[in-house]
Design a protein around this ligand. Structure first.
Ligand code: ATP
Ligand code: MG
Length: 420
C-alpha cells in the first residue's frame, strides 16, 4: 500500500481531472459506494472459484457484532448492490463511474499493489451492443486525452463469452479436452477442472500453453444472437477506426461476465500488462437480488496507467505559481498578507515563503526559491514601498521591466499576473 506524496500526487490529480472531464462528455454520473461491504456480496458476485475470492480478499469479522466484512477488491459488485438497494434503475438505465481504492492481498511488485486504485465505468439497464461499443470508445478517447498512442502504446483485445447455455456446452467440451490431458495439468488447473475450467485457459503457466492452445474455443459454441451482438460491437469499432484483436482465450477473472469482454494491454509494463479490462454482466444484477437488468462496464488500474505514462515520458502540464512573494526585512506582514489575499481572491496563484519568527530570509535566498518555484513574477514587498502603499512586480521568466503597483488597487492589475 502506497503513500502518494507531492509532486507525484499532481500526476494523480491531472489524471483524475481528465477522467472527470471525459465522463461528463459521455454523460456518466459519479457514484460513491463504501469501501467495506459484506463478504457474501463478493463471494456471490465474483464467484467462489476465482483468484480474488479464493486468495486475494481482505476479509475480517467485525469484533463488535461478528459481521463478516471485506475491503472491496473491485467496484462492480458494490455498485450493483447500491443500485439494487436504492431501486436506482426504477426510472430507466444509468451510466455511472467511480474512482477509488481497491484492496487485494497479492504479492506486491511493480504495477501490483495491495491497495490500488481504479476508475470504473458501468452502464446498467441497457442490453444493446451500442453501449458495449460506447464504453470501449470512451477508453479510446481517454488514451487520446492522455497522449497515448492507441494501437502501439496500448492495444485492444476483444472476445465474446456468449450466454450461460453456450458456455455450458463449451464447458463440457473443454472439460473433456482437459481431462484427456490430465497428466499435463498443474495443481491449480486440476482443482479448477470441474469448478471453473474456463479460468484454466487464462493460466500463466507456460508448460500448459500447448493444451490451452489446442482447447475448444468458446467462440465456436456461440449461437446466432451472441454472434450478432459481437459483430455489432466490432462494426462500430471498425467504423470509428479502432483497431482490435479478437483473442478467443480472453476470459477475464470474474464469473459474472457474458457476451463482450475486452482488455487494453501494453508491452511496456512487463508481466502487469493489462491496464484496463471490462465486459458485459447481464446476470449480475439479478444474481445480487435486483430486478433483472443487463449491465456492462470496465475497470482501469490507475497505478499501472500512470506507470505507463511515466515510462513513455508523458508528464502532466507544469503547475507553477503565477507569483512568488519576496518579503524584505522590516515589512509589516499584515499588509503583505492582505495584498496577497486580494490577488488570490482574483484567481492569482501566489506562493508566500513562510517568514518565520526571526524575520524573512535574505533576499538572495528568497529570489532563489522564487526562481525554483517556476513562478513568472516575484512580488517584492519592502518596508519603504509598502509604507507608500506599493509593491514591486518583477518578471522572472520572460524578461520585461520591473513595475511598481498600488496594493490598494490589486483588482486593476491582478489579471496581468495570471497565466492566460
Ligand atoms: P491481473 O490479470 O493483472 O491480475 P485482473 O484481471 O485481476 O488483473 P481486474 O480485476 O480486471 O484485474 O481489474 C482491472 C484493472 O485493475 C487491471 O487491468 C489492472 O490494471 C488493475 N489491477 C488489478 N489488480 C491490481 C493490483 N493488485 N495492483 C494494481 N493494479 C491492479
Ligand atoms: Mg488479478
Amino acid at each position: 500500500m502506497n503513500d502518494i506524496l507531492p509532486p507525484d500526487s499532481a500526476r494523480w490529480e491531472w489524471f483524475e481531472h481528465i477522467v472527470r472531464t471525459l465522463m461528463r462528455r459521455y454523460g456518466y454520473q459519479n457514484i460513491r459506494t463504501p469501501i467495506v461491504e459484506p463478504t457474501a456480496l463478493f463471494v456471490r458476485g465474483l464467484g467462489e472459484v476465482t483468484d480474488i475470492v479464493e486468495k486475494e480478499m481482505y476479509s475480517f469479522a467485525d469484533s463488535l457484532n461478528g459481521d463478516l466484512l471485506t475491503l472491496r477488491p473491485e467496484g462492480t459488485a458494490g455498485v450493483v448492490r447500491a443500485v439494487n438497494e436504492h431501486s436506482f434503475l426504477y426510472e430507466g438505465g444509468k451510466r455511472l463511474f467511480y474512482i477509488g481504492p481497491m484492496f487485494r492481498h497479492e504479492r506486491p511488485q511493480k504495477g501490483r499493489y495491495r491497495q490500488f486504485h481504479q476508475v470504473g465505468a458501468e452502464v446498467l439497464g441497457f442490453a444493446g451492443p451500442d453501449v458495449d461499443a460506447e464504453l470501449i470508445l470512451m477508453t479510446v478517447a481517454l488514451w487520446r486525452d492522455l497522449g497515448l498512442n492507441v494501437g502501439t502504446d496500448v492495444r485492444l483485445e476483444l472476445n465474446s463469452l456468449g450466454q450461460p447455455d453456450e458456455r455450458r456446452a463449451h464447458r463440457e467440451a473443454l472439460i473433456k479436452h482437459l481431462e484427456s490431458h490430465a497428466d499435463q495439468l498443474d495443481e491449480e488447473a486440476r482443482r479448477r477442472l470441474h469448478s471453473n475450467p474456463l479460468r484454466i485457459l487464462d493460466t500463466k503457466n507456460a508448460a500448459m500453453q500447448p493444451i490451452v492452445e489446442a482447447a475448444p474455443q468458446l467462440i465456436d459454441f456461440l449461437g446466432e444472437s451472441s454472434l450478432a451482438h459481437f459483430d455489432a460491437v466490432k462494426r462500430v469499432l471498425d467504423a470509428v477506426g479502432v483497431n482490435y484483436r479478437v483473442n478467443p482465450r480472453l476470459v477475464r477473472g470474474m464469473d459474472y461476465y457474458n457476451l463482450t469482454v475486452f482488455e487494453w494491454v501494453t508491452d511496456r509494463l512487463g508481466a502487469q500488462g493489462t491496464v484496463c479490462g471490462g465486459g458485459r454482466f447481464d446476470g449480475l444484477i439479478e444474481q445480487l437480488g435486483g430486478k433483472p437488468a443487463p449491465g456492462v462496464g470496465w475497470g482501469l488500474g490507475i497505478e499501472r496507467l500512470l506507470l505507463l505514462l511515466q515510462e513513455l515520458g508523458i508528464e502532466p502540464p507544469p503547475s507553477a505559481p503565477d507569483a512568488f512573494a519576496v518579503v524584505l526585512a522590516g515589512t509589516p506582514l499584515p499588509l503583505v498578507m492582505s495584498t496577497i489575499e486580494s490577488l488570490r481572491d482574483r484567481g492569482v496563484h501566489v506562493l508566500l515563503n513562510p517568514v518565520g519568527q526571526a524575520g524573512p530570509a535574505s533576499p538572495k535566498s528568497q529570489f532563489k526559491k522564487a526562481d525554483a518555484s517556476g513562478a513568472r513574477f516575484a512580488l517584492v514587498f519592502g518596508p519603504d514601498e509598502v509604507a507608500l502603499g506599493q509593491v514591486s512586480v518583477k518578471p522572472l521568466r520572460d524578461g520585461g521591466e520591473q513595475v511598481t503597483r498600488p496594493v490598494a488597487q490589486a483588482g486593476e492589475w491582478a489579471a496581468s499576473l495570471r497565466q492566460s
